[in-house]
Design a protein around this ligand. Structure first.
Ligand code: PEP
Ligand code: MG
Length: 572
């Protein structure tokens, strides 16, 4: 049997099915009749959590991860802290309230207190407290916890959607691939899979009806297929493909430490997209020439409170120092749309993708925005930083954001805190921004085209919708015209333009983007060496010719044919 979905991260995997269920927890207050039962449940949850953490400490010690073991020991200390325990029990008794509410409330109070104290050590404990609280709550609710770091056999994860925090725990040695029910080509779980080089298929309908826990399956991340009940011949075929992939990856290593150039020596910079400083090893392994997009909102998600200014500063500093002297473009938080922060208390919107997303939300919550800008400017002295604002529709939005940056700079001067003046750029991902790029270019230092959203908004098709994948049309002449306009405006005003959406790593799209005049491409690190290998085959004259023709094409099929013809010419 064959299940079909959207291929989002190429490659093949064979492994046992492991279900990862995600549960929405109800933290609301309920008045209960028997507080003593809740307290008993609390003690049971603590005992269970204690045994789990102790087992994790043992296993991390075996994996010689001393850092993880010490973090877990800190979790254990917090879990058993008599003051915390007393506070939860007292709350249940005083308010006759349910356990989940009491734990959450007590934890939130501590988090607020920790956040107010100017002590880095205590601030770091906030993350530990959030982790351990989540563990106790899930244990109290009997939600099975899968510790991805404890898996020691080859599995394929099956989940509704994958959270960034879950992805961060994945050990590539055992987690061979993943399949999700939700999501589309440019959803975050897809981006994470590509980043880690793990084959993945998303948007598989009725996924949970067909698979059995523990059953062996084959994942074809290149075609978007899942094979069940297959025969030995099929398994042999895929084992062969897996080996072939490994040797291709090995041979790409010869492109490390080479410049990225066209055949006629035009240099192009290939940058990496990241979501956290933990992604830096992938960036270094694949020899990126900079970071073109740091999606900072991933640092804010899956937490019970906002990362503090110091926490953010340390992360940005780490990225800037590691990459120095290469450029690092950090995007300010892009929340809203499909990304939600529980602690921001965002309003429910009828059309979240058309609502208060990204810069719109920041311009309305200036104090919230300033925390990130302060962290960024303080970190600017540690490397070559550029700041980019997402979802800019009008020049006024950019100018308002720039004014807030200037205010933060003045505040830093008053406090004698050093910072560097950095380039400020915008994402071009709303059609009107592309159409008015000529005017925007007067104000900004650089453009970065977000093709994921530009395509979503131009074709008016939700990028995460399982049934609208056919409207993700990077080769639609309408999209090509918009990208062409942005490149023209950038060239006229002598500012750089990059592409940081998924289109930048699409090997078919790269010749077209370069022909249109894009200066840098920013992509998942795994694609960089392949792109470098490809680009050296082409002459810039042919790429410009292709772009001029493609802009005039009638439909996407004509464009795809033109690109195929170019590839055929070069193979000759
Ligand atoms: C884009 O929209 O192309 C982009 C790079 O941003 P994100 O995928 O984070 O929305
Ligand atoms: Mg976007």
């Amino acid at each position: 049997m064959l299940l079909k979905g959207i291929p989002v991260s190429p490659g093949y995997a064979i492994g046992q099915v492991l279900f990862l269920e995600d549960t929405v927890i109800d933290y609301s207050k309920k008045i209960i009749d028997h507080p003593e039962d809740e307290i008993k449940r609390y003690h049971q949850a603590i005992d269970k959590t204690k045994s789990q953490i102790e087992a994790l400490i043992q296993s991390t010690k075996k994996m010689t991860h001393p850092e993880s073991a010490s973090i877990l020991s800190a979790h254990l200390a917090l879990l058993l802290d008599p003051e915390v325990k007393k506070a939860v029990e007292q709350k249940i008794k005083d308010e006759s309230c349910n356990l989940i509410y009491a734990i959450k409330k007590v934890a939130d109070d501590y988090i607020d207190q920790f956040n107010e104290i100017q002590d880095l050590y205590l601030k770091e404990r906030v993350t530990d407290l959030i982790d351990v609280t989540e563990r106790v709550i899930k244990n109290a609710l009997n939600i099975a916890l899968v510790d991805l770091s404890l898996i020691t056999h080859e599995v394929i994860l099956i989940t509704k959607d994958l959270k960034p925090s879950q992805a961060a725990q994945m050990n590539k040695k055992y987690i061979k691939g993943f399949v999700t029910q939700q999501g589309g080509k440019t959803s975050h779980s897809a981006i994470i899979a590509k980043l880690m080089g793990i084959p993945a298929v998303v948007g598989v309908k009725n996924l949970f009806d067909h698979l059995i826990h523990g059953e062996k399956i084959i994942l074809d991340g290149s075609k978007g297929e899942i094979h069940l009940d297959y025969d030995d011949v099929t398994e042999d075929k895929f084992r062969h493909l897996i080996e072939q992939n490994k040797s291709e990856k090995q041979s790409l290593k010869s492109f490390i430490k080479q410049k990225t150039k066209t055949k006629d020596n035009i240099e192009i910079e290939l940058h990496a997209n990241i979501g956290s400083n933990h992604d830096l090893p992938y960036v270094m392994d694949n020899d990126a020439e900079g970071i073109g997009l740091f999606r900072t909102e991933l640092l804010f998600m899956d937490r019970l409170s906002m990362p503090t200014e110091d926490e953010q500063y340390e992360i940005y500093k780490d990225v800037l120092e590691t990459m120095y002297p290469k450029p690092v473009t950090i995007r300010t938080i892009d929340i809203g749309g499909d990304k939600y922060l529980p602690y921001l208390h965002q309003e429910k919107e009828a059309n979240p993708f058309l609502g208060k997303r990204a810069i719109r939300l920041c311009l309305e919550n200036v104090e919230f925005f300033k925390v990130q800008l302060r962290a960024l400017l303080r970190a600017s002295v540690h490397g070559n930083l550029k700041i980019m604002f997402p979802m800019i529709a009008t020049k006024d939005e950019f100018l308002d954001a720039k004014d807030i940056v200037l205010e933060v700079q003045e505040e830093l001067i008053e406090k004698n805190i050093p910072y560097h003046i950095v380039d400020l750029g915008v994402m071009i991902e709303i059609p009107v921004a592309a159409l008015t790029a000529d005017d925007l270019a007067n104000a900004v230092d650089f453009f970065s085209i977000g093709t994921n959203d530009l395509i979503q908004y131009t074709l008016a098709a939700d990028r995460n919708h399982e049934s609208l994948g056919y409207l993700y049309q990077p080769f639609n002449p309408g999209i090509i015209k918009l990208i062409g306009m942005v490149c023209e405006a950038a060239k006229d005003h002598k500012i750089p333009v990059s592409v940081c959406g998924e289109m930048a790593s699409d090997l078919q799209a790269i010749p077209l983007l370069l022909g249109l005049g894009v200066n840098h491409l920013s992509m998942n690190p795994e694609s960089i060496l392949k792109a470098r290998q490809l680009i050296k085959n082409f002459d810039s004259y042919d790429l410009n010719k292709l772009a001029k023709k493609a802009i005039k094409a009638n439909d996407q099929y004509e464009v795809i044919d033109m690109i195929r013809a170019l590839f055929d010419d070069y193979k000759k």
